[in-house]
Write a protein that binds this ligand. Structure first.
Ligand SMILES: [Zn+2]
Length: 84
C-alpha cells in the first residue's frame, strides 16, 4: 500500500500595503503582503498547518521581500491589519 503524504500549500491571503513605498523602486502603494500556509496532508486531506510563509511583493518592479528583509514600515502595515 502506498501512502500519499507530504506537504501542500494552502490558499494564499493577500493584502495591499497602503501608504508605504517600495524600498527598491520607490513607487507608493505597490506592495502586497502575501501569506501562504503550508499544510501536512495525507491523501491530499489537510491534517494540520506546519507553517505560514509571509512575503511582500512589489507589483511595479516585481521584487519580493522575505520576512527577514521586511522594513519597519512593512511590519507595521502588516501588523495593523492582522491582530494577533
Ligand atoms: Zn518596487
Amino acid at each position: 500500500m502506498i501512502l500519499f503524504l507530504g506537504t501542500k500549500r494552502g490558499k494564499e491571503k493577500t493584502q495591499v500595503l497602503e501608504g508605504i513605498s517600495c524600498p527598491y523602486c520607490q513607487q507608493a502603494n505597490t506592495l502586497t503582503a502575501i501569506s501562504s500556509p503550508t499544510y501536512f496532508h495525507l491523501f491530499w486531506i489537510s491534517l494540520f498547518r506546519i507553517n505560514t510563509n509571509h512575503f511582500v511583493e512589489c507589483s511595479h518592479c516585481r521584487k519580493a521581500y522575505y520576512e527577514n528583509e521586511f522594513t519597519e514600515e512593512m511590519k507595521r502595515a502588516i501588523e495593523s491589519r492582522q491582530p494577533h
